[in-house]
Design a protein around this ligand. Structure first.
Ligand code: NDP
Ligand code: GDR
Length: 325
């Protein structure tokens, strides 16, 4: 039985990846940081019914010793490094912490693997945010990066350090340059989930409006369940490499609102307000990924459409709110 180690296991992708790897017959070990609210923190894993089927261990990206001990003890064949301070807006409020966790944290994890299990295959969660002020459209593996936030700059450092460990030490280290991916398990602060949660509150009569920031920003949105499959495929290749993972379709926040409100029989224009306080100091205006390399080399392509994604998220938020009442 192969063993997979996942950092960030309590996050959206960690939960879906755990489910995927268990279905592939892996033993899954997940790293979670100590929290006073650890009962709530396993919520996503519980939602997918995988909490009791994985081994949870305590560790923190800012503590090399804890990571070395975990790798030594569990001897993973594959390491999926997903943990990060992942919310772009927060990265302007806490730039140093974001650099420490999202940037240096990846190097700390690479070091732990190099020291304790150098033959393990390593996945780095790189991001389309690295394209930032985009230099070409659509964005592919060869498009130059131009980070526009402390988060994106930290991810770029982690990305290049992953390349560096591959070239310096011969590690099987790959980066997935993943474009936005969402699901009912998306954190509530991200725009798609803010929208679908807002729709659910309006449907249940808890409020009559939803306040957002920049409605014109465009993203290439896919479903997290599709995207974790791509992470695994990258580590099954003989050679490590970097891959763009995207749908190849872009839509604005406004268009996502139309889909989500429409899924509940409502009109976004009747309920959505904007507030300049929610605008970012620097914006990534438009992202559109070119997933050709992943399609050709990995045989991967996105299966869930944006319409299906929005409808699934709205339905799940309505069900959750009803259950809570
Ligand atoms: P989430 O924010 O849902 O999850 C982040 C995870 O990191 C959580 O488990 C969190 O733990 C953990 N974490 C944060 N800080 C630390 C720390 N100091 N030590 C240990 N663990 C820590 O992110 P997603 O699941 O959405 O994304 C997974 C990864 O992919 C992230 O690196 C993200 O930046 C990247 N990414 C995401 C994309 C997306 O669209 N979702 C696109 C491209 C890249 P806790 O639960 O305790 O907070
Ligand atoms: P992003 O995701 O920054 O792309 O990073 P987010 O959903 O936060 O923002 C997407 C776009 O929507 C605009 N927006 C709003 N965003 C939020 N959160 N809240 C609002 O009210 C709102 N109104 C408009 C934003 O300005 C932005 O343009 C996500 C994260 O998962 C990263 O970790 C990951 O690397 C990238 O996706 C790819």
């Amino acid at each position: 039985m192969r063993t997979a180690l996942i950092t960030g296991v309590t996050g959206q992708d960690g939960a879906y990846l755990s489910e995927f790897l268990l279905n592939q017959g892996y033993r899954v070990v997940g790293v979670m940081r100590r929290s006073a609210s650890s009962d709530v923190i396993g919520e996503r894993l519980r939602w997918l019914g995988v909490l009791d089927r994985i081994t949870l261990v305590e560790g923190n990206l800012t503590d090399l010793g804890s990571l070395i001990r975990i790798v030594q003890t569990h001897e993973p064949d594959e390491v999926y490094h997903l943990a990060a301070q992942s919310f772009v807006a927060t990265s302007w409020q806490q730039p140093a912490l974001t650099g420490l966790v999202t940037g240096l944290g990846a190097v700390t994890m690479l070091e732990a693997v190099r020291i304790a299990r150098p033959d393990a295959r390593f996945y780095q969660a790189s991001s389309s945010e690295m394209y930032g002020k985009v230099q070409a459209t659509p964005q592919s593996e060869t498009t130059p990066f131009y980070p526009r936030s402390p988060y994106a700059a930290a991810k770029l450092y982690a990305h290049w350090m992953t390349v560096n460990y591959r070239e310096s030490f011969g590690m099987h280290a790959s980066s997935g340059i993943l474009f936005n991916h969402e699901s009912p398990l998306r954190g509530i602060e991200f725009v798609t989930r803010r929208i679908t949660h807002g729709v659910a509150r309006i449907v249940l009569g808890l409020t009559d409006h939803l306040t957002l920031g920049n409605l014109d920003a465009k993203r290439d949105w896919g479903h997290a369940r599709d995207y974790v499959r791509a992470m695994w495929l990258m580590l099954q290749q003989d050679q490590p490499d970097d891959y763009v993972i995207a749908t190849g379709r872009t839509a604005s926040v406004r268009e996502f609102c139309d889909l989500a409100f429409g899924a509940a029989g409502l009109r976004a224009a009747d309920h959505v307000r904007t507030d300049a306080a929610l605008l970012r100091p620097a914006e990534v205006e438009m992202l559109l990924g070119d997933p050709s390399k992943a399609r050709e080399a990995l045989g991967w392509q996105a299966e869930v459409t944006l319409e299906q994604l929005a409808a699934e998220m709205v339905e799940a938020d309505i069900a959750r709110l009803k259950a809570r009442r």
